[in-house]
Design a binder for this molecule. Structure first.
Ligand code: FAD
Length: 439
């Protein structure tokens, strides 16, 4: 089928879907870009209206185009010159404007090659995709760019539990002096605290996660990558992390992490199952807080909350949540021992995306029919190196691809823009048989 795909259904119109459609157009391949809402190009990350929500990657690395690293900075120079510092962290909403500009530019330059459709895809078959309103879209190939699934609900249906804090207006119910409980201490928690601060909140937050780890901050300036030593790249995981800690002590932990970036996908691809399992079980929380860092200014904000005693963080597990008119009581344990309960007016679920590929209307039937299979650790659909879905028998599907966060089983780090834009090139090449012309 490679070479004969003229028309691609792209399911999900966030950064991944929108930028894929643009690249496909530049390779003379048509696409139907389907998104739940009309704000194409934004997704959860870039649809925040809040100016204080900054990118967590420096502008110099946020180009949408793999072969033009300064593309975003040049756009900033022309459109928001006050933000055009390559080492800076621009507001996420400004990046959203850039993505939308790039999509509109590709549409204008390649008229008729990108068609936008607002709708919910509920099924994929051999001829294309089905929408929830009964429409059917035929296509030669389908690319799933559906992003991360919505969070799992921490406690069924109580108004005092903000189960999807991303939902528009979710935090508006929190009063200026209300104390909040937070489950999950990663980037979502940081976003929510900033949004609360932006609406004048003065209360206290008590946060709990399994290890109680907080995201680390970027340094003030770019951290030059430290080339990984051979001991970091081979052997048992425990030995490799020991070697990595030694490099971090000498060269700096940020430099050590930067050095791992270019080889991460390769290391994951080569890792055997026990190593992958150990990474997921033991290394992941540490990896995430060091790899997905927050802008320095946001690090200062979190430190201030901690210093003022307005944010406290504990490591433990949720045992139960009780809700009444007065508020929420969270029972928790540390190393199996019950701890004094935490109480607050609201509970904000910041545990991040919930993954249930078998229950998902799009991927569930693909798994049930054997057109797709899960990886052994159930991180997601198994894919080949170009992002093609593997059938139950291990054969690659020539017309079904996954791109962006749902491709984690194959590439591990496939969330941030610098990783996704590389994958976009691979998918375009696999579909069109060639690299697209420069954007
Ligand atoms: C809060 C936050 C901040 C981030 N900040 C950064 C950052 O600063 N820098 C960086 O590099 N990365 C950042 N990321 C990582 C981010 O995941 C990527 O940059 C990028 O936004 C991923 O885009 P995506 O299109 O793959 O997924 P998403 O942005 O999630 O988009 C998926 C889209 O598909 C739609 N969709 C899903 N299912 C269906 C369906 N069945 N039918 C129709 N439409 C569907 C969704 O509604 C959504 O619009 C951030 C992520 C988050 C959540």
């Amino acid at each position: 089928m490679t070479g004969s795909i003229r028309n691609v259904a792209v399911v999900g119109g966030g950064f991944s879907g929108a930028m894929l459609a643009a690249r496909l157009a530049e390779a003379d391949v048509g696409s139907i870009l389907i998104n739940r809402t009309a704000d194409f190009g934004l997704g959860v990350a870039y649809s925040t209206p809040f100016e204080g929500h900054l990118l967590n990657v420096r502008s110099s690395r946020m180009s949408a185009l793999a072969d033009q690293p300064d593309h975003f900075v040049r756009w900033l120079e022309a459109n928001a010159p006050e933000l055009a510092d390559p080492e800076g962290f621009a507001p996420r909403k400004v990046f959203g404007r850039y993505v939308q500009w790039r999509l509109a530019g590709a549409e204008a330059a390649h008229r008729g090659l990108i068609r936008r459709v607002v709708g919910e895809v509920v099924g994929v078959d051999a001829d294309g995709v089905a929408l929830s309103d009964g429409r059917k879209i035929t296509a030669d190939a389908v690319v799933l760019t559906t992003g991360n699934p919505a969070p799992k609900t921490a406690s069924g249906g109580s108004a005092r539990v903000l189960a999807d804090p991303w939902a528009p207006g979710a935090l508006e119910q929190v009063g200026a002096d209300d104390d909040v409980l937070i489950v999950g201490t990663g980037l979502t928690m940081v976003d929510m605290l900033q949004a609360l601060d932006g609406q004048g909140w003065r209360g206290r937050a008590q946060a709990l996660s399994r290890r109680g780890l907080l995201p680390r901050a970027h340094g003030e300036r770019h951290d030059p990558p430290e080339t990984p030593t051979p001991a970091m790249l081979e052997g048992r995981l425990s030995e490799r992390t020991k070697a990595a800690r030694a490099v971090a002590r000498q060269a700096g932990w940020r430099e050590m992490m930067e050095g791992l970036r270019p080889v991460t996908a390769d290391l994951w691809a080569k890792a055997d199952l026990p190593t992958r399992r150990a990474i997921v079980r033991h290394l992941r929380p540490w990896w995430d807080v060091h790899r997905h860092r927050i802008a320095p200014r946001i690090g200062v904000f979190i430190d201030r909350l901690l210093f003022e005693g307005r944010l406290s963080v504990v490591a433990g597990r949720v045992r139960g949540i009780e809700v009444d008119d007065a508020g929420v009581r969270l029972d928790w344990t540390r190393r199996g021992q019950a701890q004094p309960p935490l109480t607050g007016a609201w509970l904000i679920d910041c545990t991040g995306p919930g993954h249930a590929p078998e229950a998902d209307p799009v991927t569930g039937p693909l798994l049930a029919s054997g057109r797709a299979r899960l990886d052994s650790l159930r991180l997601g659909l198994e894919l080949d190196g170009s992002g093609r879905v593997l059938h139950a028998d291990g054969k690659a599907d020539l017309s079904l691809f996954v791109l962006g966060p749902p491709a984690r089983a194959a590439f591990w780090e496939t969330i941030a823009v610098p990783d996704v834009r590389k994958r976009i090139e691979d998918v375009v090449k696999a579909i069109s048989g060639r690299r697209p012309r420069a954007g």
